[in-house]
Design a binder for this molecule. Structure first.
Ligand code: ATP
Length: 261
């Protein structure tokens, strides 16, 4: 296994952020770590990266992981290319090898621009590339597609798949479920510090997803009912949406919430 956590507990003072987590990712696997805000995703990623120490349990990591934290960390006054060089130096790999990341992260045309002048999505691509300069066997990406437009999102996802096909284990967190379906990633769902479901997208959908209609009333109430029928909706309904079997529906069934809530 490239990453193996067993019985991991992490507390911040009185608050238990991880409450006995078992989690394994093998070479070539992509696992999307999902869960509501505060579920413990960043804590798990930080423990896997060696930034935080677990209070109990065991953590085993193959090699030196590559981490792209949620907050973007680049050298704004250096160019894109110089940022890659700086990280190459840090990891003892050649500049040429680091520059090979320009193309997959769609940075070739931006290579000589100061990183601080890039757009948010461009910076996110550079930030993610910097995490993998040393070709880590374990890649940890905390919300790599947050705030990214469709193009940046798909560039990052394509690069993630490439890393996995090179044999890296990839763990990434997201709140955006359609991209998890697109990647056909493995899924681990965290809630309140516990893993409540794991499996492939199709396994989770088959086991947990049923069509529901989500109805919002004029007074702001939202009610969900089984099925797909929109019949019998009164005048006090402002919105009705059919949520078909999908990862979103499975997430809703497991957590009682929408992924974006
Ligand atoms: N440094 C800290 N001090 C105290 N509590 C913390 C600290 N970091 C996280 N927590 C708490 O631990 C729990 C897990 O937080 P974590 O950031 O891991 O969740 P998350 O799933 O990544 O959330 P999000 O989706 O919002 O990024 C939350 O209750 C959070 O408030």
């Amino acid at each position: 296994m490239s990453l193996a956590l067993a019985g991991v507990v992490k507390r911040y003072g009185e608050r238990t952020a991880l409450d006995g987590v078992d989690f394994e990712v093998g070479a070539g696997e992509v696992v999307a770590l999902l869960g509501p805000n505060g579920a413990g995703k960043s804590t798990l990623v930080s423990i896997a990266a060696g930034l935080l120490k677990a209070d109990a349990g065991s953590v085993s990591v193959r090699g030196r992981p590559g981490l792209a934290p949620q907050d973007i960390g680049i050298y704004p006054s250096l160019t894109v290319r110089e940022n890659l060089w700086a990280f190459a130096e840090l990891h003892g790999v050649s500049r040429r090898r680091a520059e090979r990341l320009l193309a997959p992260f769609v940075l070739t045309e931006l290579a000589d621009r100061a990183a601080g002048t890039l757009s948010g999505g461009e910076q996110r691509r550079l930030h993610t590339a910097l995490a993998v300069v040393h070709r880590p066997r374990l890649v940890l990406l905390d919300e790599p597609t947050a705030g990214a437009d469709t193009q940046t999102r798909s560039a990052i996802l394509r690069a993630v798949l490439e890393l996995a096909s090179d044999g890296a284990a990839v763990v990434y967190t997201t709140h955006y479920l359609p991209e998890v379906e697109e990647l056909d990633a493995g899924v681990a769902l965290l809630e309140a510090g516990r893993i409540i479901a794991t499996g492939s997208v199709s396994e989770l959908v088959a086991a947990h997803a049923e069509s529901v209609v989500e109805i919002t009333y004029t007074d702001g109430r939202t009610v969900r009912r089984a099925g797909t029928s929109l019949h019998g909706l009164g005048d006090d309904v402002v919105r009705a949406e059919v949520i078909r079997p999908s990862l979103e529906a499975a997430y809703l069934a497991l957590t009682g919430r929408r992924s974006a809530e």
